[in-house]
Write a protein that binds this ligand. Structure first.
Ligand code: FE2
Length: 256
């Protein structure tokens, strides 16, 4: 057995859909209730669907009992404030796990490289069911910002940069890619992220919105890339030293 995947996503790991006309909808993300949750930068999260329908954003595998990132429970108080966002997350008709708006404060390209991570969406996902991928709908107009995806964490030649104007819609296999957002700002960036299960429903949605993985990166000065690479290595080394020092001083609290 193996997981059910979507052909376009299996091929390159991402699909870009038609742009949504964000300007017609109210700025619902401004009305939502946010929780402090640091993830890949200075962030806050506003869940629309969570493991138990509560306003919290932990991974479903960290709940009791632990489960995979499917069957999210809609939070009525949040959905009431963001009808359009909830509608859009449910439009594919695919199973939805976590669904939340993420607020990200401005950062640098180096920060984005430092924040690169892989998600854990498919932990506990039963073999033979749909692979879990994530939809990214950009809500604010951040044309100079981009999703940074890398097949190899430290290899810039594997980097894909997808710009984030208002209404950008991208589906990403975030367990495959190292990923983070580079957002120069100056205002915070808001983005709706939904965990979806691959299968015929998601395939039909991708087709309806002309999903494509033909993509050319916006240009980026080689100097910026080189400086980013260097900065990440320096910060990781500093962090390793700080952790080693801490463990030496407090051996009982050493990370396992
Ligand atoms: Fe992520």
């Amino acid at each position: 057995m193996s997981y059910v995947t979507s052909a376009l996503l299996a091929e390159k790991g991402f699909v870009i859909l038609d742009r949504y006309d964000q300007s017609k909808d109210p700025e619902e993300w401004k009305d939502l209730e946010y929780v402090e949750w640091k993830s890949s930068g200075v962030t806050r999260f506003a869940p629309l669907a969570s493991a138990k329908g509560e306003i919290e954003v932990n991974g479903f595998w960290n709940q009791e009992p632990p489960r995979t990132d499917k069957d999210g429970v809609w939070i009525e108080s949040q959905v009431a404030k963001a009808r359009n966002l909830a509608r859009r997350a449910q439009e594919p008709g695919a199973n939805v796990g976590r669904c939340r708006v993420i607020e990200l404060q401005p950062n640098t390209y180096s920060d984005a490289l430092y924040n690169l991570h892989q998600d854990d969406n498919n932990r506990l996902n039963p073999d033979g069911t749909g692979w879990i991928v994530r939809g990214f709908f950009n809500l604010t107009d951040d044309a100079d910002s981009c999703l940074v995806l890398r097949e190899q964490r430290f290899d810039p030649s594997t980097e894909i940069r997808i710009p984030l104007p208002a209404g950008a819609q991208v589906i990403i296999d975030t367990q495959r890619f190292w990923h983070a957002t580079w957002h120069p700002g100056p205002e915070p960036r808001y983005n709706l992220i939904t965990s979806w299960e691959c299968g015929p429903a998601l395939d039909a949605y991708i087709e309806k919105y002309h999903g494509s993985n033909d993509h050319v990166n916006p240009p980026l000065d080689q100097k910026v890339i080189d400086e980013g690479q260097e900065s990440v290595q320096r910060r990781l080394a500093e962090r390793a030293t700080a952790l080693a020092d801490r463990d030496r001083e407090n051996p009982d609290q050493a990370e396992s």
